[in-house]
Design a binder for this molecule. Structure first.
Ligand code: TYD
Ligand code: MG
Length: 467
C-alpha cells in the first residue's frame, strides 16, 4: 500500500503546497488552495518508487519516415483554419479556451458539422450539455443533418472505450476539459489533478492513434475550477476565443502553436444563426466610426500576415481629482503612461491636470507597439479639441527619447488603408521603400514633436480659412 499524502494545489496556477493557506504564494490569488489526495495519482512520483516496475525498451526511430494521411484536416471555415495555421493537425491536441458563453461550443459544433459533411469521422463529446441541448443548437445552426457522432459523457475511460469502436476518428472534440474525470486520479472533477490527468490521457490517445483532439477550456476568474492554463504546456496548440460583451464580433487568437505561426487571428461575428466569418476585419472595426470628432485616430495595424485597421479613441478631460485617472480598454496601460510621459517631456504637452481615457473601438485588443503614434495623435487631438483629418491612418513606434521609429510591413499597412479609401498617412521615416500610392504623399516625422506641431498647426490653418 502506498501511503496517501495530502497536498494542497492552487486551482489557479497549479502550484503544490504542503499546508493550506488563504493565499497562494506562487500566484497571489486568494482562496484557491484545494486539498487533493495523491495516492497512486498522476504526478505522485517518488512516493511510488518502491513498487516501480523495470523499464521497457522502446524502439528508436529516424526523423524521416512515412506519415499516413494528410497531416492536416481542413475545416473549410477560413478564419478557423487561419488561426490553427492551416487546419487541425492529426495526432495533436488543441486547447480552445475562453470565457463561458463566448461561443466555443458554437464554433466547434460548426467545425464538426463542416468536417463530418466532408466525410471525416468526427466525435463530439459534451460533458456540459445534454444531447437534446446540443441538438437544439445544431438545429439553430442549420447543421442538424451533418453525420457528427455525439455523446454526453464525462469519464475518460468510457470515452476512450467508445471511440475505440469502429474506424479511428479524425477529430474528437471534448467540451469541456473541466468536466472530464479519470479513474486514475482521485480528486473531484474540475480540480487541477483531474484536469491534468484527463488531458494527459486524451493527449496520449491522440499521439498513439493519430486522431486530432480538441479540448475546450473555460477561463475561470474565481479559481473554483482549474482554468485552461494548467494544461497549456501539455497541448500542441492553444487558441483563445475572445470578445467583449455588447459587441458581436469574436476573435480567435493563437497563443501557442507547435505546427504554425502564433500571431494569427480569426475574426467572427456572432449572429442568430451561429458564427459568421469576417474575412475583412478592418471594415467591421471601422464600421461604427464617426469621423471628424477630436480624439479619434485610425491605426493601421498588423495581425500576423494580415493588416487590420482600427480606430483608437482618446478622451482627455479636465480632472477634479488630486491624482488624475488613466483608464485603458484594449491596450496596455503601462504603454499609455509611457506615451503620456514622452508627450510631456519632449513635446511640452501637459496631462497632469487631466483625466485620460483610451479605448480601442469595437472591443479589439492591440498588442503591437506600432500603435504608439496613433495613440499619441488621438491624445493630442482630444487635448487640443482639434479633429484629425478623417482620411488619415497612423502607425509607428515611439521611443523614450521622443523619436519615431520604423515598424515592419509599412507597405502592406498602406495598401490596406488605400483599399479602404484612406488618402493620407503618418508613418515613420526610414520604413521600407514605399511604392507610390498614399505612401508618396505621407507625412514622415522623425520626432514625435513634429507630429504634435503639425496637429497644433492645423488650428492656425483652420483660423485662416475662416477669416
Ligand atoms: P456557446 O457556444 O454555448 O458558448 P460557450 O460554449 O463558449 O460557453 O454560445 C453561447 C452564446 O452564444 C449564447 O449566449 C447564445 C449565443 N448564440 C447566438 O447568438 N447565436 C447562435 O446561433 C448560437 C448557437 C448561440
Ligand atoms: Mg459550451
Amino acid at each position: 500500500m502506498v501511503k496517501s499524502r495530502v497536498q494542497f494545489i492552487c486551482q489557479n496556477c497549479g502550484s503544490v503546497h504542503q499546508r493550506w493557506a488563504g493565499k497562494c504564494d506562487a500566484c497571489g490569488e486568494w482562496n484557491t488552495l484545494v486539498e487533493e489526495g495523491t495516492s497512486g495519482g498522476i504526478g505522485s512520483g517518488p512516493a511510488n518508487s518502491r513498487n516501480a516496475r523495470k523499464g521497457r525498451a522502446v524502439v528508436l526511430t529516424t526523423l524521416s519516415g512515412d506519415i499516413e494521411d494528410a497531416p492536416r484536416i481542413i475545416s473549410g471555415i477560413g478564419e478557423l483554419d487561419r488561426a490553427t495555421g492551416g487546419g487541425f493537425v492529426r495526432g495533436s491536441a488543441l486547447l480552445v479556451g475562453g470565457d463561458p458563453g463566448i461561443g466555443k461550443s458554437t464554433l466547434l459544433t460548426q467545425a464538426a458539422a463542416a468536417l463530418a459533411s466532408k466525410g471525416h469521422r468526427i466525435v463530439y463529446v459534451s460533458g456540459e450539455e445534454a444531447v437534446a441541448q446540443i441538438r437544439l443548437r445544431a438545429q439553430r445552426l442549420g447543421v442538424a443533418s451533418a453525420p457528427v457522432e455525439l455523446a454526453a459523457e464525462t469519464n475518460v475511460e468510457d470515452i476512450l472505450a467508445t471511440i475505440a469502436d469502429g474506424k479511428r476518428p479524425d477529430l474528437v472534440i471534448l467540451d469541456s476539459i473541466q468536466t472530464l474525470w479519470t479513474d486514475l486520479a482521485d480528486s473531484a472533477p474540475g480540480t487541477v489533478t483531474q484536469v491534468r490527468a484527463a488531458a494527459q490521457a486524451m493527449i496520449r490517445y491522440a499521439k498513439s492513434t493519430g486522431a486530432a483532439i480538441v479540448l475546450v477550456g473555460h477561463v475561470t476568474k474565481e479559481g473554483q475550477i482549474a482554468g485552461p492554463r494548467v494544461v497549456e504546456h501539455m497541448v500542441d496548440g492553444v487558441l483563445y476565443f475572445e470578445g467583449e460583451g455588447g459587441h458581436h464580433f469574436r476573435i480567435l487568437r493563437t497563443v501557442k502553436n507547435r505546427f504554425g505561426p502564433t500571431d494569427e487571428i480569426g475574426v467572427f461575428e456572432m449572429s442568430d444563426k451561429g458564427l459568421r466569418e469576417v474575412s475583412n476585419p478592418s471594415e467591421l472595426f471601422l464600421g461604427e466610426r464617426h469621423a471628424k470628432s477630436p480624439g479619434a485616430a485610425v491605426f493601421a495595424g498588423m495581425e500576423g500576415t494580415r493588416p487590420v485597421l482600427v480606430e483608437i479613441q482618446a478622451l482627455v478631460a479636465a480632472s477634479s481629482l488630486g491624482t488624475p485617472r488613466r483608464a485603458v480598454v484594449g491596450w496596455d496601460g503601462a504603454r499609455l503612461s509611457m506615451i503620456l510621459a514622452v508627450l510631456e517631456a519632449h513635446c511640452g504637452v501637459r496631462f497632469g491636470q487631466h483625466d485620460v481615457y483610451l479605448n480601442v473601438a469595437g472591443g479589439y485588443r492591440i498588442s503591437e507597439p506600432a500603435a504608439d503614434l496613433a495613440v499619441a495623435a488621438a491624445l493630442v487631438s482630444s487635448l487640443t479639441g482639434l479633429a484629425l483629418p478623417a482620411d488619415c491612418v497612423y502607425f509607428g513606434e515611439i521611443s523614450l527619447s521622443g523619436a519615431v521609429r520604423p515598424v515592419a510591413h509599412a507597405q502592406q499597412r498602406l495598401k490596406e488603408a488605400e483599399k479602404l479609401g484612406f488618402g493620407s498617412a503618418v508613418l515613420p521615416l526610414g520604413s521600407e521603400e514605399l511604392a507610390g500610392g498614399i505612401g508618396a504623399g505621407a507625412f514622415q516625422p522623425t520626432e514625435l514633436a513634429d507630429l504634435v506641431a503639425r496637429i497644433a498647426g492645423s488650428r492656425r490653418g483652420r483660423a485662416d480659412d475662416e477669416e
